[in-house]
Design a protein around this ligand. Structure first.
Ligand SMILES: Nc1nc2c(c(=O)[nH]1)N[C@H]1C(S)=C(S)[C@@H](COP(=O)(O)O)O[C@H]1N2
Ligand SMILES: [Mo]
Length: 420
């Protein structure tokens, strides 16, 4: 490391510490403060302003980003066509069949032919006893950034599986949705049967989902019924589900694998910025806000680092592990959860929340959280702003799973120009 770089880093770290020690954490507006004991100084105004502009925790169903295949895309079909093909609550049917190629032994498959396919009323009947609700961020493995954050409600898939009275030779479950009756449009996903039957490590169950944020699932979000797999990337959560196959196949058989994707990957922990000025004045503190996806390995810290591009970074440290990262503040839950919840008491019966509707742990796993930091002012120059997470196992991004095809975890880089 050059002497100049060393000096810069030392100064940068020092400044940052001093800055942070002086910062209180009293939340104004929607952001209640976990650390906001009476008497702590308010946040620096420009930081507070950036925090107040942050998105809400939950996303309104209509504001999710949509990732839908099909020609035409099933949710764009006119209402009468949707009625005809079973894409409404009145006409939906779900078949649960044995795989002809790798048969599982079922006493009572649910078929259209024998009029035993499950209808929506039948699903709601199961819901009376076994409905569950849980928060989950929907993220596309290929796109990387979350599509939306929701409270998903449904019936554990195992309840429907048991209706078929399986006896033996059952190792895998695969499933697909309506795809215009065109075999080449079929988009299927799959799970080991064990994951359907049991919920390891405190995970919520895999569900047949019919509500999002307390409202019936819209056609765009996969309604009337989609699968939702809590810990998985979006492609496991098949929309417009019509067919479940119980199979003795011993390996994954997801359509998504064709794009070189790692179809067994679970949600990764990573951070991204939402607000970062790309042009600032020398010496002015820089307010930065962002979100983190809390993957299956949890989240312990979010950190940021402003690197002066005039100084090279040693190639031997491609993940910047020795950089003078500083901790951002992980923001407490907002007073208003957003997402268009019709009834705030919904959260009181949602996994991860207590009976008063407060989260049982924070940052919450399989969800998004938000963070904020104020960087001290720096001299004129070109800089790169980076943010990263450190998961609950102490692994810093992009580790422990740096490969793009198992989900996005690369450290984000934003150019910042500091002007005189
Ligand atoms: N039937 C069907 N289900 C699907 C898809 C699809 O194209 N068809 N896309 C999948 C992918 S790749 C993702 S990332 C999520 C996106 O969910 P969303 O559109 O509700 O945000 O849906 C999944 N379920
Ligand atoms: Mo996706």
């Amino acid at each position: 490391m050059s002497g100049e770089l060393q000096r810069f880093l030392t100064q940068h770290t020092h400044l940052s510490r001093r800055f942070f020690l002086g910062l209180g954490a009293t939340g104004a507006a929607g952001w209640g403060a976990t650390t906001g004991i009476a008497g702590t100084p308010a946040r620096e105004p420009r930081l507070q302003e950036a925090i107040d502009r942050l998105e809400s925790w939950l996303t309104e169903p209509a504001r999710f980003r949509d990732v839908s295949r099909g020609k035409p895309i099933p949710h764009t079909l006119p209402e009468e066509k949707r009625v005809e093909v079973g894409l409404t609550r009145e006409t939906w049917r779900l078949e649960v069949l044995s795989d002809p190629e790798n048969p599982a032994k079922l006493r009572k498959p649910l078929t259209r032919e024998t009029s035993t396919a499950l209808d929506f009323a039948g699903l709601l009947q199961l819901a009376e006893k076994s409905a569950v609700r849980f928060p989950k961020v929907m993220t596309c493995l290929n796109i990387g950034c979350p599509l939306g954050m929701g409270v998903w409600e449904g019936v554990p898939l195992r309840e429907v599986l048991w209706l078929t009275q399986p006896r033996e030779n059952l190792r895998r479950v695969f499933y697909w949705g309506f795809h215009n009756d065109a075999p080449e449009q079929k988009f299927q996903s799959s799970l080991p049967v064990d994951r359907v039957l049991e919920d390891p490590c405190g995970l919520p169950p895999v569900i047949l989902c019919y509500k999002l944020n307390g409202e019936w699932l819209t056609p765009e979000r996969g309604g009337p019924v989609r699968v939702v797999v809590p810990e998985a990337y979006g492609f496991k959560s098949i929309k417009w589900v019509t067919t479940i196959i119980l199979s003795n196949l011993s390996h994954a058989n997801d359509t998504y694998a064709e794009q070189n994707n790692d179809v067994d990957s679970t949600l990764k922990t990573f951070a991204s910025t939402l607000n970062a000025a790309t042009r600032v004045k020398a010496g002015d503190p820089i307010a930065v806000t962002g979100y983190a996806q809390v993957g299956t390995s949890g989240l312990s810290r979010v950190q940021i680092w402003l690197h002066n591009e005039a100084t090279d970074w040693p190639a031997a440290d491609p993940h910047f592990t020795t950089a003078p990262w500083i901790d951002a503040e992980i923001l407490p839950p907002q007073a208003d959860w957003g997402g268009g919840l019709p009834d705030r008491t919904l959260l009181a019966s949602t996994r991860g929340f207590d009976s008063s509707g407060q989260p049982q742990s924070w940052p919450m796993k399989l969800a998004k959280i938000h963070w904020a930091a104020l960087l001290p002012g720096v001299p004129e120059g070109r800089y790169t702003l980076r943010c990263r997470t450190i998961d609950a196992n102490g692994q810093a991004q992009p580790m422990p799973r740096p490969f793009q095809k198992s989900g996005h975890a690369a450290i984000e880089e934003i150019g910042v120009r500091v002007e005189p």
